[in-house]
Design a protein around this ligand. Structure first.
Ligand code: FAD
Length: 454
């Protein structure tokens, strides 16, 4: 009998256990539902919608080649999947399990009307299996990482199905263009299109390219001027490639580059393990005591806008924020500097920053975004402390961000190192002065934190 594959952020054919199982059981109907209501404030953001459009287009082409079709529907996810199953005459739905709280609710709702088969496949390990000696889930990264490494390598990746047989009654599909996932008035996606190739084949091409460079990762990962990280994050977020595929391709038994890189993949698993324990982690701080420290909404006003637009007068922060706007991605070191700047130099609530990232990142991910924002802010379970304040100008020099700044802040294109990190007034031209001095900001933040604690 016909089998339904329900797709979410698992837009691939190889190492996709839902496709694998469905193809063995009968004719396959793959369905993606655009459910704009399900995640509330975490509805897919602007840049991520651009990615989703291209990823669905690519998967749809790949499915056509295998003799099948991708069915697109819009509406409440559980209802639409059940409806597609009825139209196809199917009773079984196969899907990769997802851990965002809204997806867990939708899985429970769908399981009431169909036989729902859930598989793990988007993480190195299912995030809820690792347990401490006390049988509790891990809260702290280092022991989590040790426990996970002890269970590596992940299982061998599954092959892509060789062909897929469509059922007799193929349910109707929306037209992707009608979903208007691409920006039009204005079309701001030129920078994204220049920077990214989207889809499963592109993800593997990127992995191959990265395999030649991963050995240098320990030295290059913190240097924003170099192309020193994998740029696999949107492919991993959208599930165009699985971490097991990445692991098996790159693990050649050691090397500092590989082991440092593996640790980052483990951070990704760790973030899921956190949102399983704290489903509201994207909205709610794990530690209290900051309500009087941070501003949000109208009170954040001009400072928030200056940060969003890359006009703070701190070149490394502004280069990062403009890279984010232009390409839908920001270098990890600069994400840390820019996030720290928002919550500590500008005293703005981390949720304002996380929301902006959510809308601008092609890799916007509920677990990774909220875990990293809370870590930087000092509100997370596994915490960096609020009082550790990053100095953006020192970070810029230390990590040799000159070329990166010249690329993304054209007003400073003619300023040389080392002046580029903190240009004197006469070299700034139309580039703004600093919104607040570093020392003043540092004292203000420490004071606000102290007052709050008293
Ligand atoms: P690489 O350095 O090549 O790392 C390989 C992979 O490991 C990444 O693709 C990613 O999947 C994972 N990874 C790397 N660093 C982290 C990390 N710190 N936490 C969790 N996973 C990690 N990453 C996202 O995928 N989505 C987000 O929404 C996101 N928001 C962030 C917000 C802030 C404030 C900060 C500081 C970091 C955030 N990150 C997020 C983590 C990290 O910055 C990106 O994953 C990384 O920059 C992506 O580039 P890459 O693929 O070249 O990474």
């Amino acid at each position: 009998s016909p089998q339904i594959v329900w797709l979410r952020r698992d837009l691939r054919l190889a190492d996709q256990p839902a496709f694998h199982a469905a193809a063995q059981a009968g004719p396959v109907v793959a369905v993606y539902v655009l459910d704009d209501g399900i995640a509330g404030r975490n509805a897919i953001g602007g840049a991520a919608r651009w990615w989703l459009h291209h990823s669905l287009e690519s998967l749809s082409r790949d499915l056509d080649r295998l003799g099948s079709r991708l069915i697109l529907r819009r509406g409440r996810a559980a209802d639409q999947v059940a409806q597609v199953a009825r139209e196809a005459g199917a009773t079984t739905v196969h899907a990769i399990r997802h851990y965002e709280p809204w997806w867990r609710d939708a899985e429970n709702a769908l399981a009431e009307s169909v036989e729902l088969m859930l598989y793990d496949g988007n993480y190195l390990l299912p995030p809820d299996v690792l347990r401490t000696g006390a049988e509790t889930p891990y809260k702290i990264f280092t022991p989590f990482s040790k426990a996970l490494l002890a269970k590596m390598p992940p299982r061998e990746p599954l092959p892509a199905p060789g062909s897929l047989q469509p059922p007799g009654n193929l349910p109707a599909s929306d037209n992707l263009a009608d979903w208007r996932l691409l920006p039009s008035h204005p079309d701001w996606s030129g920078g994204l299109a220049a920077f990214w190739q989207v889809g499963e084949a592109a993800a593997h091409a990127q992995l191959e390219d990265w395999a030649d460079r991963v050995d240098d990762y320990a030295e290059t990962r913190n240097l924003p001027s170099e192309d020193g990280s994998s740029r696999l994050s949107p492919h991993l977020h959208w599930g165009e490639i699985s971490p097991a595929q990445v692991w098996h391709r790159l693990d050649r038994g050691g090397g500092a580059g590989w082991s440092t890189f593996a640790r980052e993949l483990i951070w990704r698993d760790y973030a899921q393990n956190i949102i399983v324990q704290f489903p509201r982690h994207g909205e709610q701080s794990c530690r209290d005591g900051f309500s009087g420290v941070w501003r949000s909404g109208a009170a954040a006003g001009d400072d928030l806008r200056a940060w969003q637009r890359g006009m703070t007068g701190y070149p490394i922060v502004d280069a990062g924020m403009r890279q984010l706007w232009q390409t839908g991605w920001m270098h990890n070191r600069v994400r840390m500097v820019a996030a720290s700047f928002l919550v500590k130099h500008l005293l703005i609530d981390w949720r304002e920053g996380a929301r902006w990232f959510w809308d601008c990142l092609v890799d916007a991910d509920y677990g990774n975004n909220s875990v990293n924002w809370q870590w930087i802010s000092g509100t997370g379970v596994d915490s960096n402390m609020f009082v550790r304040i990053m100095a953006p100008l020192t970070q810029s020099e230390k990590f040799r961000a000159g070329d990166y700044i010249r690329e993304f802040v054209p007003e400073l294109a003619d300023v040389r190192d080392p002046l580029i990190h903190d240009p004197p007034d006469e070299m700034r031209g139309s580039y703004p002065p600093k919104v607040i001095g570093h020392r003043e900001a540092r004292e203000r933040a420490l004071g606000a934190y102290r007052d709050q604690k008293d």
